[in-house]
Design a protein around this ligand. Sequence first.
Ligand code: HEM
Length: 393
Amino acid sequence: MDQPLHLMTPEARANPYPLYAELRRRAVCQVEPGGMWAVSRYDDVVTVLKDPKRFSSAGLGQSFLPPWLERNPTADSLVMKDPPDHTRLRAMVSRAFSGAALSRWESRIRDIAEELAEAAVRRQEVDFISDFALPLPSRVLNLFFGLEPAMALRLKGWADDLVSIPASQPSPQRMAEIRHSLAEMERCFNALIEARRTEPGEELVSELIRTEALTHEELLSFLFGLVPAGVETTVYLLANTMLVLSEHPRELERVRENPTLIPQLIEEILRYDPPGQSSLRLTTEDVVLSGVTIPRGSVVVALIGAAMRDEGRFPQADRFILDRENQGHLAFGHGPHFCLGAMLARMEARLGLEALFSRIRGFSLSRRDVTWSQSIIARGPLALPLRLESSVR
Ligand code: HEM
């Protein structure tokens, strides 16, 4: 009998890929924490993600509403819904994230990226997270919301508080902090919605109000859901890119010399070390997957990170290959919940890396030991001290 494996040990956080290889060997099995059912082979992960009837997202919202919280609109956000509710809401919000809508933002996102890259390169010794990777998506989301620039910093604090809710029982002081944070978010978003109703602008909230299709509560929940979805993952995409390139200097040289390779660099990073490592679902009936029966009412962890290293789907899956044809990676999910912000995230990463690589000859890690995030869903470094070598002598 195989020993149960644990997804959240420090070793597994630092490098989950050997553990994933063992999980793929076992196909489908229960893991710690919590006896969840881990699904790790490419085809099985696709099966889970594309079938909301048997693998439901509704119900998971409850973990964002523990008894010590009276209210949390995140529990009702888009990603926590099943069809037909999900289908209706998604149809109403998706236009705001389409290519046509995003192209209006490109030059403003480029300005933010250039400003951050310029400041970082001038500083030389940076924490890549707090000096670049975090401010970029925070300021972009802030722009989308149409909040005061100073609020960009609060977005990350809110996101951290939201994702910490489903974890273990917090101390009374943490509970008070989280309640305070949620109340602050709600006040801020209510004021924003109110202001945009009276005086519409061009940004996301005005656009969603103009559709007249969402109730106030639906709009509020959608905005709450964007806060954790829109910041952390993009931070880790940028940070993982730098970590991988620090071990592949030849590839860094190639993309610096030829920036048109940046989009394929981003796709291969998304496959090789995806920021979103898993998606959770609840089984609505007994389900047989790879010959194993998962009982009804089980929590299933679909391990995107493991599926991306499945040799059956990606030859030499453990190798980072810049020239790989990356059709079919699952870093943005699959099926009805496919990431709404995928196009935006790709644009942010591309503009961020273009701004940075055009200003540096190279870079080195100031420290090799990295502290990794503690979320089962998003994985990336919490800090990343780098020394940037300016290309201007
Ligand atoms: C590299 C960055 C990103 C990654 C790796 C990523 C990954 C994902 C994944 C894997 C899902 C599917 C979740 C599931 O099936 O349960 C998802 C959903 C979602 N993402 Fe992203 N995401 C990123 C950036 C963004 C950004 C920038 C936004 C918006 C500002 C965003 C908004 C959303 C939303 C709203 C959903 C829910 C869609 C639905 O349920 O229909 N994401 N994302």
